[in-house]
Every structure is written in C-alpha cells, then in structure tokens.
Write a protein that binds this ligand. Structure first.
Ligand code: CTP
Length: 443
C-alpha cells in the first residue's frame, strides 16, 4: 500500500473507511477512474479531521451516483445537474460528494459557467485554492498516487491560502466567502497575489454579485464550523457580512451568544456518537438579537427555506421541555439520566447546556456527554451476540440497554491502598520525656 493511501486510511473513522471502500469497489466494478479530492485531501495532508469525503470521477458521475444509491443505507441528498455532482449520505452518517471531473468556462466574471467534462488534471487547475487542488488516485494501476499540480502541499506547510489561477475569484466571487471561512478555521494567512486579487474583485464590485444560493450554502457551511462567531467577525471586518444582512453589525452580531454555543459544543468529546443539527443552533444565535423585520430580511437575502427552519422553529420549546425533565428528582441514577437524554436530538441537549441557569441540569448534561456516552459505547455488539442474540432485533436492543444501565450504575470499585504503618513520632528535642509525652497529647 502506498504511503498516502495508508495515511488516508489511518485518518478516517471506521465508517468513513467503509464508505471509501464501497465507493472504490463500485468505481472499479464500472471501470471509472476515481480520485479523492478537495477538502478531504487538504485535511488529510494538513493533519486536520476529515469531515466529508469528496470524490471526483473521470466520466459520467451522475450515472455512478445511481449505482451507489443502490447500496444498502445510502441515500442521495442533492444533485447539481449543471456541475454534474451529487451529495450522498452513507451509514455513519458519512457525507460523500461525487463530482464529474470538469472544466468551468466563465463568459464574464461572476457569470454562470459552461461546464464540460475534463481530465482530473484539468479539473484541479480550475479549482479555488492550491490546498484544495490536490487528488489521490484510488485506481488499481496508480493507487495512492498524489496529484498536486499547483504545489498545494508547500502552501499547507507555509499555512497560506493561494488562489489556483489569476481568475479564481473573478470567475466565482463566492470563493471569497469560502476563503475567509477557511482562513479562520485553519488559522492560515492570505498569500500576496491572492490578497491583490481580492482587492481587485472588490474594486470591480463583483462581491455584490454573489448569488443568493451561494450565500445560502455558505450559511449552512458556517454553521458546521467549530467557531462560526469568529467567521462572522472576520466577514464583518472584510465588510462582507452585509451581503447576508445589513443589520448584522456591532452587538447584533451576537458574539457572546456564539461564544456560549462554542463552549457548549466543546463539552462533546471528539469521536463520540453525538449528532446535532448545528444549523438550527447557529440560526438561533444569529437571529437572537435581530428584530422581526431584520430577521425576515436575512432569511430572504439568504434564501432560507421553510424546510431549513423546521428544526430551528421547534428548538426553543423542545429545549424548555427537556430542561424541565432534567430537573426531575426522579433522575437519581446515571442510567436514568442516560435514558432521559439518549434519544433527544443533540441540538436540544446543546441548547439547554448553553442556556440553562440550573446547575443540576448543566451538571447532568455534562456527565452524560463526558462520562455516560463513552461508557455506553464500551458495551459492544460482540458481547451481546455472545449471549446468542441477533443484532437489530428488539431483544438485542433490550439487552444492550440493560448492560449499559448496569455499567453506568455500578459503583466505582474502591481501590484498596495498603497504608504504611505510621512513622514513629519524632522526639521533641530539648525537653524531658514527660514533657514530650504531654506535648503529644499523652498523660
Ligand atoms: N471548489 C471550488 N470552488 C468553489 C467551491 C468548491 O473550487 N466555489 C472546489 C474546491 O477544490 C473544494 C471542492 O470543490 O475543495 C469541494 O468543495 P466543498 O465540498 O464545498 O468544500 P471543501 O473544500 O470540501 O471544504 P469543507 O471542509 O468546508 O467541506
């Protein structure tokens, strides 16, 4: 196995590795050239956690998506017919993007591009930043070969964002928003030519031409960031926040609300199976300080749909109910707290953690996130199967919950430490034996 393929596998979670293998096998079956690209490559080589798996195929990507859709528990979330790409969810859940290797030609700046099929090399040269323009071959003959035509690896080392071409930001000014988001997330700087291009794009008033759907997508992406408040602040400094809403400025930016949300999110240990709708939580903070007219303006500017608001609309009311339930004196045992939180959507848990003034409630949630969840994960399917139960059956699930409850409620075993015999008392110098004894409390 090549070094890069090994590096990739060791960077991915078990579910991501399974998704990778499934996509790789499916591509080999239909004879398509497959590459891992974009953010997944950047994050692997930069040592960041890999969020999504971005694949590029040379050939008919949407036909390939139809093949993948037939795999068990795989569903397609969205399809872009113009760019010939689609987003899928694999078990885990793992987000997978499949895109056709393409060239994008722009008749004029900030226009809709003409998309044509291309080779992987041509595709990489049409991308935004060099650190996003690398690919790893997942094909048998060249497995693990790294393609890095614009030297993205060096920029990763220099911690710089550098545009791939002289037109990258002109063609697609929405990339400026991506650039600020990446800069904040990775703590990188902007290379000089990139800064100049940004200044020129601003001068040419192209930033006002960023389409509504790009603002929409950016807001969704921002919500997934570890520190969305900082991204918004960076956008404000660049004078870009007004594109989303002119009202979002000064105290209305709600930096304190974002700091609180980030603090709550940091309580979730890395790698635990905890899912939360971060967009609902993000919107809640984003809109908190705005008056109804300003809220409506922001939602319209960014084409936020009713479907986008579904979870957000119920968040506060559901969280209040959860807070009440968590105050109950009946929740005496860890297993009862675990059960009270186990099936609650993660966004409600984080909302209560960020907002509750009840110490008891906050402590219970912290224990759940930091202790109980991990302890519950230690109960393995293998030990239940060993009792002759079949995974997926109600009996299996019941037994699993029994074992989890037993584990959570078990008193921690006392460690018996053999105490050394007490040292002989030191003589009190300069006194007679009787005085010494009195001084020690004797006689
Ligand atoms: N891309 C681009 N121009 C854009 C959007 C995307 O060149 N306007 C390219 C980049 O190479 C990017 C890849 O498409 O890496 C995938 O895009 P996307 O999934 O939106 O972002 P990621 O870079 O994967 O970042 P994230 O970690 O935020 O998902």
């Amino acid at each position: 196995m090549s070094d890069y393929k090994f590096m990739l596998e060791s960077h991915l979670s078990a579910e991501q590795n399974r998704a990778l293998t499934a996509v790789q096998n499916a591509a080999a079956d239909v004879g398509l050239s497959l590459f891992l690209t974009g953010g997944a490559m950047r994050d692997m080589l930069g040592g960041f956690p890999i969020r999504d798996l971005d694949f590029t195929v040379e050939g008919n990507a949407l036909k390939f998506v139809k093949t993948l859709e037939k795999l068990p528990d795989v569903r397609v979330v969205s399809v872009d017919d113009n760019r010939k790409s689609a987003e899928l969810i694999f078990p885990g859940p793992v987000t997978v993007e499949i895109a056709m290797a393409r060239q994008e030609k722009y008749a004029k700046p900030a226009s809709k591009p003409k998309v044509t099929p291309a080779t992987i090399h041509e595709d990489l040269r049409c991308r935004d930043f060099t650190i996003n323009a690398m690919a790893l071959s997942l094909n048998k003959a060249s497995l693990g070969l790294l393609l890095d035509p614009t030297n993205g690896q060096a920029d990763l080392e220099r911690r710089e964002l550098r545009i791939v071409s002289n037109y990258a930001l002109y063609d697609d000014p929405g990339r400026v928003l991506r650039m600020i988001r990446l800069k904040v997330r990775m703590g990188f700087t902007l290379e000089e030519r990139t800064q100049n291009q940004l200044a020129n794009v601003r001068e040419a008033e192209l930033l006002d031409k960023i389409p509504t759907e790009v603002l929409h997508k950016e807001l969704l992406q921002m919500a997934q960031e570890m520190n969305p408040g900082q991204v918004l602040e960076a956008l404000e400094q660049e004078g870009l926040l007004k594109l989303f809403s002119p009202a979002l400025t000064g105290p209305k930016l709600n930096s304190a609300g974002f700091a609180k949300l980030q603090k709550a999110r940091q309580q979730v240990p890395f790698g635990t199976a905890f899912q939360a709708d971060m967009f609902a939580l993000f919107l809640d903070v984003l809109l908190e300080k705005l008056v109804p007219k300003e809220r409506a303006g922001l939602l319209k500017n960014c084409a936020i749909t009713k479907a986008d608001l579904k979870v957000y609309d119920k968040l506060q009311a559901n969280a209040k109910k959860l807070e009440r339930a968590l105050k109950s004196a009946k929740l005496k045992k860890p297993s009862l707290i675990y059960q009270a939180l186990r099936d609650v959507p993660g966004e409600e848990v984080l909302y209560v953690l960020a907002h509750s003034a009840e110490r008891l409630v906050v402590d219970r949630i912290k224990n759940y996130l930091q202790k109980y969840l991990q302890m519950a994960e230690e109960v393995t399917a293998a030990e239940i199967e060993a009792e002759g139960l079949k995974p997926g059956t109600p009996k299996f699930e019941k037994r699993k919950q029994e074992l989890i409850a037993k584990k959570l409620d078990a008193r921690p075993k006392k460690v018996v430490v053999e105490e050394p015999p007490p040292p002989a008392p030191a003589p009190i110098l300069g006194r007679a034996p009787r005085e010494q004894a009195r001084a020690r409390g004797g006689y």
